[in-house]
Design a protein around this ligand. Structure first.
Ligand SMILES: Nc1ncnc2c1ncn2[C@@H]1O[C@H](COP(=O)(O)OP(=O)(O)OP(=O)(O)O)[C@@H](O)[C@H]1O
Ligand SMILES: [Mg+2]
Length: 227
């Protein structure tokens, strides 16, 4: 049975790609076939007339199934700004329908585990009416929330968890991630979040640690039909 995960975060730059790569490596090491997707990306580089996003390239490299770049990242924009604004600057419009259709093509691939990385946080706009959360709602993706441990993360994590739940999407678990070393009261912040977030903590990943070693795959496997 295929499993489809969505990786969201409390903000941009919280480690969604770092942990997505770690999760893809973890699943591959457990013997599953994997495919990482970054449907919407801004801040892309131009090479030979084609736009490439670093996150998408990292996900492509970490996937066990090697597919063409356009399937991994169908919507790529050059300006490093919010995707709907980058789309506008690129004289195009992002819509929920277009993103859903592109994902549908990717989901037709024969693979055990799909891992879709969001853009920014939970309610990143696709246009002036729709947000990325609606893509997750459409496909009911198992969502994993990445919380960057730093001052301010408690409010961001609680707000995001509530938004995910009110979207009616399954929140699979959360991961505490240190994108820098030496965060004051990091452990206390994580303990506080354990009280507020009802989904399980899947792991605590310290600065420069390999996520593969720190994520509790037993919780993931036991809660899905992967075993
Ligand atoms: N545990 C970690 N240890 C060391 N570096 C990390 C860790 N987590 C994230 N980073 C680094 O922090 C930066 C931001 O992480 P990342 O790119 O994964 O964030 P993101 O949430 O995917 O951002 P975006 O919203 O742009 O997609 C990257 O340079 C990444 O390598
Ligand atoms: Mg990223």
């Amino acid at each position: 049975m295929k499993q489809r995960f969505f990786i969201t975060g409390t903000d941009t730059d919280v480690g969604k790609t770092y942990l997505s790569v770690g999760l893809l490596n973890l699943f591959t090491s457990l013997g599953f076939t994997t495919l990482g997707l970054k449907p919407v990306a801004s801040g892309c580089m131009r090479h030979n007339g084609h736009l490439y996003n670093l996150d998408a390239l990292l996900l492509q490299q970490a996937s066990s199934l090697q597919l063409s770049y356009d399937i991994i990242n169908p919507f790529a924009f050059e300006p490093g700004i919010a995707p709907h604004l980058a789309a506008k600057q690129s004289a195009t419009t992002l819509t929920l329908k277009k993103v859903n259709e592109a994902l549908h093509r990717a989901f037709n691939t024969s693979v055990d585990i799909f891992l879709v990385e969001g853009a920014g946080g939970w309610h990143t706009p696709l246009n002036e009416k729709e947000t990325m959360a609606e893509v997750v709602m459409h496909y009911q993706l198992n969502t994993i929330l990445i919380v960057r441990i730093h001052l301010g993360c408690l409010n961001h994590a609680i707000l995001t968890e509530r938004a995910i739940r009110s979207s009616g999407v399954p929140l699979f678990g959360w991961i505490a991630n240190y994108t820098t070393g030496n965060i004051e009261n990091g452990e206390e912040q994580i303990n506080t979040l354990k009280h507020f977030l009802s989904a399980p903590l899947l792991g605590v990943v310290n600065f420069n640690e390999d996520p593969k070693q720190k994520i509790n795959h037993r919780i993931i496997l036991a809660s899905t039909s992967l075993i």
